[in-house]
Design a protein around this ligand. Structure first.
Ligand code: B12
Ligand code: SF4
Ligand code: SF4
Length: 339
């Protein structure tokens, strides 16, 4: 009697072709080996996850994908380019079009369908952002690029304008990538100096509580007063440490799924004055839904105050009577900044 049967070895080149056909621009393969604990635990112990409590949960799974898929052997790292244009917008680039989770989900489903048809009996676990999977680490291990000083995953082909996902398989493949043996940053520190809130506290380490991305998207309450002046021109997410990066100077235009929607072309003032009907027309199906109607108007009020936009007095005065306390408080603060 033998032990459990060794799973069949899959052809990496064929899997990569299936993934590209499903719509993923970059594909790579890494062995499903555990991630050294310090990568995550030091960050959590220092409290850099702010109140993202879910980051401190399911740590075992984050560090070992065999806890998510028994017998896991391979992680397919997948990336999609999302850059569209340099048009100024108060919305971060990744969020200007249709929600990227939906796009990645459709592409992952297509990949799973073709995988099951060709290689029946192989099990998988798909991660799109919200799963306890360290997607940047897997993208590095699969040789797709590097985590640069700004904490972003940066590729040769598309710069850091990519979103990531990962598919874990319980079968080996016949060729694994080597992580790239290079540090594209060298002695550059442009992003560290450009970050308006000093959130890049060390090489590749982001203090989420200080990051405008966290403050504009995840923080449902009031933003700390010291950070509000940095909200200038920013209502959802932040691209500053990517916009200034020399590795991002030759972006590639993404496909229609990432085409900016009308919400991305709104001014900060229009977003502060947004009615519920406008919100319902502009936001559902886009990543901005996460901040909600009140969160977006609160952010827009901070941004108007930070910019000292005297023409915004009327809209801010109207928000003083808003039923949502953080919106009222943000309007009060902003009016104080207008003098
Ligand atoms: C928590 C989180 C945040 C937090 C914290 C940011 C952070 N850097 O951790 C906040 C809310 C601030 C945030 C902001 C943003 N995020 Co975010 N976020 C995540 C999330 C959910 C988890 C990241 C995580 O595990 N952090 C914990 C730290 C400790 O791990 P880490 O970031 O991987 O960093 C360590 C390792 O990479 C390690 N490392 C580096 N190289 C190597 C190599 C090897 C082999 C090993 C073992 C380790 C290692 O060193 C780093 C420091 O310890 C991921 C989705 C996911 N499931 O992975 C998206 C994700 C990282 N975010 C993403 C995006 C798009 C953003 C924003 C650009 C959005 C925006 N425009 O506003 C900003 C960028 C801010 C920045 N400068 O990093 C993308 C990344 C895209 C990219 N090209 O990098 C992801 C992958 C979502 C996705 N599915 O596409 N995010
Ligand atoms: S996303 Fe903005 S706030 Fe966050 S680290 Fe980059 S520049 Fe700083
Ligand atoms: S701005 Fe410079 S230091 Fe920062 S990520 Fe880009 S190359 Fe690296």
């Amino acid at each position: 009697m033998g032990g459990p049967e060794e799973p069949v070895t899959l052809p990496a080149a064929e899997l990569a072709a299936l993934a590209r056909r499903a719509g993923f621009e970059l594909v790579g393969f890494a062995k499903a080996e555990p991630i050294p604990g310090a990568v995550l635990l030091d960050w959590l112990t220092a409290g850099h996850h702010a109140d993202l409590d879910w980051m401190a949960q399911r740590v075992e799974e984050r560090l070992d994908v065999t806890k998510l898929l028994p017998g896991a052997r391979t992680v397919i790292a997948l990336a999609c380019n999302y850059w569209h244009s340099d048009e100024p917008s108060p919305v971060a680039r990744y969020a200007r079009g249709r929600d990227y989770h939906a796009t990645m989900r459709d592409r992952m489903r297509a990949l799973r369908r073709s995988l099951r048809a060709k290689f029946p009996g192989v099990n998988d676990y798909g991660s799109i952002d919200a799963s306890p999977v360290m997607e940047k680490v897997w993208a590095v291990r699969a040789g797709l690029g590097t985590v640069t000083k700004n904490g972003c995953f940066t590729t040769h082909e598309f710069g850091s304008w990519v979103v990531l996902s990962a598919m874990i398989l319980d079968a080996p493949v016949d060729a694994y990538a080597q992580p790239l043996d290079q540090d594209p940053c060298g002695r550059c520190r442009i992003c560290i100096d450009a970050c308006p809130t000093s959130a890049i506290i060390a090489d590749r380490v982001i203090d989420a509580g200080a990051c405008l991305s966290y403050q504009t998207i995840e923080n449902a309450g009031a933003a700390p007063e010291a950070l509000r002046p940095a909200f200038k021109d920013t209502v959802f997410g932040c691209d500053i440490c990517q916009d200034v990066c020399p590795l991002n100077m030759t972006p590639v235009k993404a496909g229609a799924r990432f085409e900016p929607r009308s919400l991305a072309t709104q001014s900060v003032r229009a977003l502060a004055a947004m009615t519920k009907a406008e919100f319902d027309a502009w936001v559902p199906g886009s990543p901005l839904a996460r901040a909600g109607y009140d969160g977006l108007r609160r952010n827009a009020a901070y941004a108007l105050g930070a910019a000292g936009d005297a023409g915004a007095r009327t809209v801010l005065e109207r928000l003083l009577g808003d039923p949502h306390e953080p919106v009222r408080e943000a309007a009060q603060w902003a009016l104080g900044k207008l003098g």
